[in-house]
Design a protein around this ligand. Structure first.
Ligand code: HEC
Length: 146
């Protein structure tokens, strides 16, 4: 494609976000809340963490590594071509926020310029609840919430 594939998408997301935030009818969508203070509605039970791991293996391990430590074939490729490397999710460094809500928004909306990491928002079969399971899993492999 000759035009930027991200321009339209970004615009669409911005438009969507704008229209959603004015609409309280969006049921059980905590998106309106500020990411930092957004409350995790899903208890981090063993079941939830297991669900999260399954989803992580499917959607995240490719980049962040099976162990979530940022070591993967994709990560070395990205580093080689000078792109942003997928973060180590097991360290205590959070460049994009360390609360459950902030991690949720990372997962939902993606991270980084030019969609270095794409969000899961809109993926078929992925609801908010699935994304919270992933948050719980990421928490379980990383430093605890402070
Ligand atoms: C295409 C590769 C790719 C995939 C797939 C991917 N990520 Fe990322 N992720 C990145 C990159 C690159 C960054 C770092 C962006 C930056 O440093 O600005 C990142 C950053 C993050 C961060 C922020 C870390 C911090 O330090 O604040 C979290 C959390 C995260 N990813 C979780 C996930 C989860 C969970 C999934 C699966 C649902 C996922 N990522 C899928 C590439 C990816």
């Amino acid at each position: 494609m000759s035009h930027s594939p991200f321009g339209m998408r970004t615009l669409l997301i911005l438009t969507l976000t704008a229209s959603l935030s004015g609409c309280s009818a969006v049921q059980s969508n905590p998106a309106q809340a500020d990411a930092k203070t957004m409350k995790n509605p899903v208890a981090a039970t063993a079941q939830s963490i297991a669900n999260g791991k399954r989803l992580f293996d499917r959607f995240c391990a490719n980049c962040h590594g099976a162990a979530g430590n940022g070591v993967s074939e994709m990560a070395s490729t990205l580093a080689k071509i000078g792109k942003i490397k997928p973060s180590d999710l097991t360290d205590d460094k959070w460049d994009h926020g360390s609360t459950d809500g902030e991690i949720f928004v990372d997962i939902r909306d993606g991270v980084g310029p030019n969609a270095a990491m794409r969000g899961l928002n809109g993926k078929p079969g992925i609801s908010d609840e699935e994304m919270w399971h992933i948050v719980n899993y990421v928490r379980s492999i990383g430093p605890k919430a402070r």
